[in-house]
Design a protein around this ligand. Structure first.
Ligand SMILES: NC(=O)c1ccc[n+]([C@@H]2O[C@H](COP(=O)([O-])OP(=O)(O)OC[C@H]3O[C@@H](n4cnc5c(N)ncnc54)[C@H](OP(=O)(O)O)[C@@H]3O)[C@@H](O)[C@H]2O)c1
Length: 343
């Protein structure tokens, strides 16, 4: 969503078309302090709020889960199986026992539906959702329903989660400032360098190799930013914020995201990440700002690049593409879901 007060849009430096330019741009971004916002005051609390964080067992998601728990939130960590220790680590690091692990494979529509059924059946009401899970596969792989994996995890899963949560009352629009739910999508500046979405071949699986991984990563994050902007418009039709929908790029993080990078790249990439990239704890700052700052509950459609407000790309702001994305993804999902998804 275009914020007229914020002029800047587009990729910084040399963009994100391949690993070399993406790393160079990431390092440039690290040293640029233009337009920095003030940090969130330490004493801001979210006691009594229910937070759900996807991909919370690792990297940014875990740091966000710890910060939200430290601020008094009840934290639901939605993770793929096999990480019970992560919940214990979050409890220990935050000193908050109100932390729960819930299992979901976001690449699998059936698993996403199961998570939604569970939340609905337990009458869970989410105040703050941080949709963070992400990946960078080495080459093209299919999800259980045959979609490209990043398209499935970065976009389709989030589209379905929000469809179900708004239908099931897990997220309830509310104009009372203190009760307005917030939805935060962790995207990436790589979306700014993406080719436009080809709606004639929407959701089709394309085989790609290591050289094109970043192209498809950026494309999946463009789907996510376009969706975030469309969702923000649909949930707040009168202009008054009923659900605060925001997205962000946390900046370069020394995390596990490059775990699939080829053996020959690791000796180069790992030291660069360690030396120049931010820790997950530092990278959590803008996420926590969007989740907890008072003014971010009163607005919707904000995009942050680290602690700077920016616009998403021109393609991500396009309203006709947003509604096409909405309709086409409803068709795709409805072929696999219990109930048809609203177009
Ligand atoms: N690292 C960066 O430089 C950077 C820059 C910009 C944006 N981001 C974005 O930041 C977010 C967090 O990434 P990170 O850097 O913290 O990487 P990370 O340490 O690899 O964390 C990614 C998380 O996503 C989870 N995940 C992946 N596929 C999943 C699936 N199918 N179902 C459920 N969970 C799944 C992972 O779970 P498992 O551990 O089970 O795989 C992990 O918890 C991502 O959206 C990423 O695109 C990262």
């Amino acid at each position: 969503m275009n914020n007229p007060q914020v002029k800047e849009s587009g990729a910084n430096a040399v963009g994100h078309k391949n690993v070399v330019t993406a790393v160079a741009t990431a390092i440039f971004d690290m040293f640029s302090n233009k337009g920095q916002m003030d940090p969130l005051p330490d004493d801001v609390r979210i006691d009594g709020k229910t937070c759900l964080v996807t991909g919370a067992n690792s990297g940014l998601g875990k740091a966000v889960a710890i910060d939200l728990a430290k601020k008094g939130g009840r934290v639901i960590m939605a993770c793929r199986g096999g990480h019970p220790e992560a919940g214990e680590e979050v409890k220990l690091a935050s000193g908050n026992q109100n932390v729960e692990m819930i299992k979901v494979d976001l690449s699998d529509i059936q698993s996403v539906e199961k998570l939604c059924d569970d939340l609905r059946d337990r009458n869970v009401q989410i105040d703050i959702a941080v949709l963070n899970a992400g990946l960078m596969p080495l080459n093209a792989r299919k999800s259980p329903q045959g979609f490209e994996l990043m398209f499935a995890v970065h976009f389709l899963a989030n589209r379905l989660l929000l469809e179900r949560w708004t239908k099931d009352g897990v997220i309830r629009p509310n104009t009372d400032r203190d009760k307005t739910p917030r939805v935060i999508f962790v995207s990436s500046e790589a979306h700014q360098s993406s080719d436009p979405i080809d709606f004639n071949h929407f959701g089709e699986f394309n085989d790609y190799g290591i050289k094109e991984g970043l192209k498809y990563y950026g494309l999946s994050k463009l789907h996510l930013c376009l969706f975030a902007n469309e969702l923000s418009r649909r949930l707040n039709p009168e202009g008054e914020t009923q659900v605060a929908v925001h997205s962000l790029c946390p900046g370069p993080i020394a995390s596990n995201i490059a775990r699939e990078s080829p053996a020959y790249l690791k000796p180069i990439l790992s030291p660069i990440m360690k030396a120049f990239f931010r820790s997950p704890e530092q990278a959590a700052e803008p996420v926590i700002y969007l989740a907890c700052a008072k003014d971010m509950g009163e607005r919707s459609g904000v995009y942050l690049h680290m602690m700077r407000e920016k616009n998403t790309s021109v393609d991500a702001q396009d309203e006709s593409s947003g509604s096409l994305l909405w309709e086409k993804s409803a068709d795709l999902l409805s072929q696999h879901t219990q109930e048809p998804v609203s177009a």
